[in-house]
Design a protein around this ligand. Structure first.
Ligand SMILES: [Zn+2]
Ligand SMILES: [Zn+2]
Length: 106
């Protein structure tokens, strides 16, 4: 960790303007300075994005999990899959555990 300094990439501006948009400087992540707690070499923890659907906290609620059924297809018995080779979205059968086996995998 070092003393905070003005960002050398954006010279403290924190980013640049693109029309009406403000593009945050990727080096200082829009702060306009680096160092201290925000060492570029030690990237800040990734922003807490939404967790994968199968790890959503709703699954810790047994009643909700039972009502929704399969975590992947939510009971639709099919999941959308992007075929990288053909660049098409296909529906593939879900590998749902048989009914009654849901709790066994928890
Ligand atoms: Zn910057
Ligand atoms: Zn399923």
């Amino acid at each position: 960790m070092s003393d905070p300094i003005t960002c050398p990439e954006c010279e403290g501006a924190g980013g640049r303007r693109l029309g009406r948009l403000r593009i945050a400087c990727p080096f200082c992540q829009g702060r306009g300075w680096v160092g201290g707690e925000h060492e570029p070499a030690e990237p800040a923890p990734a922003p807490a994005g939404p967790p994968p659907a199968g790890e959503h906290r709703i699954w810790s609620d047994p009643a909700a999990a039972a009502a929704l059924g399969c975590r992947l297809c939510l009971g639709a018995k099919a999941v959308a899959h992007l075929d990288e080779t053909t660049r098409t979205l296909v529906m593939v059968p879900c590998a749902c555990p048989p009914p009654g086996d849901l709790s066994a995998s928890a």
